[in-house]
Design a protein around this ligand. Sequence first.
Ligand code: NDP
Length: 284
Amino acid sequence: MSAQILDGKAIALELRESIQQEVEAQVAKGKVPPGLAVILVGEDPASQVYVKNKKIACDKAGFNDVSMVLPAETSQAELLAKIDELNAREDVHGIIVQLPVPDHIDPEEIIERIDPKKDVDGFHPYNMGRLATRLPELAPCTPHGVMTMLAKTGIPLRGLNAVVVGASNIVGVPMALELLNERATVTVCHSATKDLPQKVAEADLVVVGVGIPNMVKGDWIKDGAIVIDVGINRLDDGSLCGDVEYDKAKEKASWITPVPGGVGPMTIATLLQNTLQAAYGVKA
Ligand code: NDP
């Protein structure tokens, strides 16, 4: 069996087009465009690339991009004051602080200072709590984007054995909550998990977000399983690869996401979707 490819690039483009149409319709009714503020502190090269891509996506969707780059030496107090200022602005509907932040900044305090209604990354404990209590508002972008992709398979998630490998606050934990909310039976694995190959072998659906190239081997995958690879790793030759041994896993899975061109493009599209929701209360 060779898996069908879950084409994140195409699904993200479709989502971005429907967001753009919704913005046009709202602006035609006299509303202001959604305003998104991405704050980058310092000059981390990978973050600069992400922020640039977010800006391009914002412009294409007709959003008002209020992104800013602050010097690396910006203090905690200065950053908190900037967030207070953006929280108060009526033309700004979404605020994100690009992670990682420099070591002298406490990311928890920063995230908690963002108005939960403008927390379009979905990282604020309020929004994580909403997701955990089955009352989601602004859900973390990467896992929510994965849910949009899974819907494209047409496979009901109810009752599936889902294994999530990785348990971070931004990927694994909200991913597990999203799947649980769809009535999958969820196992969450992390660095202390015993016998990971056996856990993965029992999965009808496996989502991997660890950050180790090709860690999940193709021969661990159950025949016909859905495989979602969140990992993005840059190899020494400059190429990108995921956390799953793609070529071998593709021979066993029913559906699989490539890297690049899988989950990555969905994250930015979902950020726009969250900002649209924060601005107008509608979902594209
Ligand atoms: P973190 O480093 O925050 O978390 C990694 C998780 O993997 C932790 O829960 C850790 O366990 C677990 N882990 C580490 N080693 C093992 C192991 N040997 N076996 C099982 N679990 C293990 O990473 P992130 O969640 O931020 O990112 C994960 C990957 O996803 C990265 O490649 C990142 O680049 C990518 N990513 C992609 C995005 C996208 O848009 N496609 C968005 C965000 C991230 P423990 O909890 O025990 O430490």
